[in-house]
Design a protein around this ligand. Structure first.
Ligand code: DP6
Length: 378
């Protein structure tokens, strides 16, 4: 008699994080003063985060390429306050490119208030935060992702001094968790080339609380993927991302949009594995246009694209049709265009950009970037 032996496949259990996991136990060490310095890159979303719930929880999951050249470099100097000087206030100076910058302070103040429960040492020290970007100021490139990520890394370096037992996993997860509380997309600027943020059933370990490295195979086609950022409009945006997210509440298409983001992320799992660039392009361009469609169909409605944004999009479509070169675009919440393409067509695409797209850029400016791997301790 033979028996069929059925292989039991046990369900896998993943640790489900909650925000309280990031409230530390009493610290075991002390430190009086010192400084740290981290760089953190910007990132460009392929599936977009647009809409959020309370406490910076995203309404849908997103995935991004980490950038390499566009980054913020932040130095954090800290010294313990005299016990007599202990007040119930945060104490910090904020320098931008070495000079005091008062108008950045409210954003940092708000960040400190949001993260205080997770970093209970914050009121014990006076901090000097000295920050600079590698990309031109007011280039229209959002520095909140790289800026908040760089700051979060520094605070985690300090927390690691107070708790030397801390594991690397906890260090990076909590850094991303804190960065998220500063600016949602910042949680994708901490670690990894391709980062997922938001709970997605088919992506193991994905969570709304912090960004995780995309955990499956990524095809060679995406290695060193290029992102040339065309600076179409360097002015202040008329509507901030924070306001834009808010307009997704009571938005007539919100629920369908959130479902679509899940669908697109699922499709990307297969595309990252098989390297199908035609399918990749469809998702990425559709996501960019959907993001802007959500803005145009908000109440109040608004448009962040400029005439030159559309000129560039049309020129990219024409070039792609004529040459079959797999170049595509994506947009963030602004008029600038990110031109995405594989490394092996760099020469042709750069020639195309210089020959046909630069005319649409403000002062002919663009930035060459590519996929990178996250924050670096300096
Ligand atoms: C369009 O992360 O800047 O770039 O959480 O309010 O700081 P806040 O918003 P933010 O939103 C970015 C939106 C986006 C898409 C994306 O990066 O996923």
């Amino acid at each position: 008699m033979t028996y069929m032996v059925k292989k039991l496949s046990l369900p896998k259990f993943y640790f489900m994080f909650t925000a309280t996991d990031f409230i530390p136990n009493p610290y075991t060490s002390t430190i009086e003063n010192g400084n740290f310095e981290w760089s953190a890159p910007s990132n460009i979303a392929l599936v977009k985060y647009w809409g959020k719930k309370a406490n910076q929880i995203p309404a849908n999951p997103s995935v991004s390429f980490t950038l390499n050249n566009c980054k913020t470099i932040t130095k954090l100097a800290f010294s313990k306050k005299d016990t007599s000087a202990l007040t119930n206030d945060f104490s910090f100076d904020l320098l931008f490119e070495g000079k005091p910058k008062e108008d950045f302070k409210p954003k940092i103040q708000k960040f400190l208030e949001r993260v205080e429960v997770y970093l209970p040492f914050l009121k014990d020290y006076h901090f000097t935060i000295d920050t600079q970007n590698t990309f031109p100021h007011s280039s229209g490139i959002a520095s909140s992702a790289s800026g908040m990520a760089a700051l979060a890394m520094n605070f985690m370096s300090l927390e690691r001094k107070l708790n030397p037992e801390m594991t690397d996993d906890y260090f990076y997860q909590k850094a991303s968790f804190l960065a998220r509380l500063g600016s949602g997309s910042a949680c994708r600027s901490v670690k990894g080339n391709v980062v997922v943020w938001g709970n997605q059933a088919n992506i193991e370990g994905s969570t709304d609380l912090f960004g995780v490295e995309f955990p499956y195979t990524i095809h060679e086609n995406f290695k060193n993927y290029q992102d040339t950022i065309l600076l179409v409009d360097k002015g202040e945006k008329q509507v901030s991302s924070t306001v834009g997210h808010d307009l997704m509440h009571n938005h007539p298409y919100a629920e369908r949009r959130f479902a679509q983001a899940h669908e697109n992320l699922d499709k990307l799992i297969a595309i990252f594995e098989n390297g199908n660039l035609d399918e990749f392009i469809k998702i990425v361009e559709s996501e960019a246009l959907t993001l802007h469609a959500m803005m145009m169909t908000s109440m109040p409605y608004y448009i962040l694209m400029k005439p030159n944004t559309l000129q560039i999009i049309n020129a990219i479509w024409k070039f792609r049709n004529e040459t079959q070169i797999p170049v595509c675009f994506t947009l963030d919440a602004g008029a600038n265009v990110h031109v995405l393409y594989p490394e092996n067509v760099s020469e042709e695409v750069l020639q195309f950009i210089q020959g046909e797209l630069v005319v649409f850029c403000q002062n002919g400016q663009y930035i060459c970037d590519k996929i990178g791997s996250g924050a670096i301790a300096l």
